[in-house]
Design a protein around this ligand. Structure first.
Ligand code: PEP
Length: 259
């Protein structure tokens, strides 16, 4: 499945929230319909997926937060496979989120998941990002290493079906040090595109799709990120806050109307 080229993405990762089905129904009922070239994709916890797909259509606008790494003939109890998700009409799956990496997932595991998703005609949203940012630019090595390990052996063609989520760890979640500024995001987006170009022998780096994640909470921020070369945003907390989500969507619409 090729990444839609003209769309702007708002990926709303609910992570482990909310606590109950009733609350999940309220959240998805508050989601505005995606319009035209903006795709607002909800990533609810697995137990709520069926319900969310019924209330929020089309089905491709519901994605999954992860899959299980299935070694051949695995019988990993409680696992979720790409084919199961694809058969539900899903298109997008997040892999390599920093929380999952922190729990022990390595670049090779993520590489295996990316390949499994591509084989099932799905679009992996692959999270990468430096642990800390330093003035001397050492953090670029951190990103470069992740790129080489995570995307090892993938081709220029594969990247037409992959979305990269640039998520600097220091800017994510309640422990975030501060928001990333647009200039920081812009230089890193260019760096990531160049690195993917080098990895795949592709001189034309324009097609790599990158979204940004890290405490995005309002429309102005969203517009700055789009102007910085991102094709959308990956949201955590704002996914569950109708006011913040509404502001971000309005920001995307304003950006799009100016284009
Ligand atoms: C995340 O955890 O990927 C994330 C972007 O979260 P938040 O928006 O809450 O920082």
């Amino acid at each position: 499945m090729l990444v839609p080229q003209n769309n702007i993405f708002v990926f709303a990762n609910w992570k482990t929230k909310p606590a109950t089905l009733a609350e999940a129904k309220k959240i998805i009922a508050s989601y505005p319909k995606s319009t035209g070239r903006m795709e607002l994709v909800a990533f609810p916890p697995f137990p709520f997926m069926g319900m969310v797909q019924e209330m929020y259509t089309p089905r491709r606008l519901v994605g999954a937060q992860n899959i299980t790494e299935l070694v051949p003939a695995s019988s990993f109890v409680g696992g979720v496979t790409p084919s199961q998700l694809a058969s539900m009409g899903m298109r997008y799956v997040i892999v390599g989120h920093s929380a999952v990496r922190a729990a022990g997932e390595n670049d090779q595991d993520i590489n295996t998941k990316i390949r499994a998703l591509l084989e099932n005609n799905m679009i992996p949203i692959v999270c990468i990002g430096e642990h800390a940012r330093d003035e001397s630019g050492e953090f670029f090595h951190d990103i470069e290493e992740q790129i080489q390990g995570t995307f090892d052996g993938l081709t220029k063609k594969d990247f037409e079906s992959i979305i990269i989520a640039y998520e600097p760890l220091w800017a994510i979640g309640e422990e975030a040090l501060r928001d990333a500024i647009a200039e920081e995001v812009e230089e890193t987006v260019i760096f990531i595109k160049r690195s993917i170009g080098t990895l795949t022998g592709n001189q034309r780096i324009g097609r790599t799709t990158i979204v940004y994640g890290g405490s995005v909470s309002n429309g102005e921020q969203a517009q700055d990120l789009l102007n910085a070369g991102c094709r959308g945003v990956l949201l955590g907390r704002a996914s569950l806050d109708p006011k913040q989500l509404g502001s971000i969507i309005n920001g995307v619409k304003t950006y799009r109307n100016k284009k």
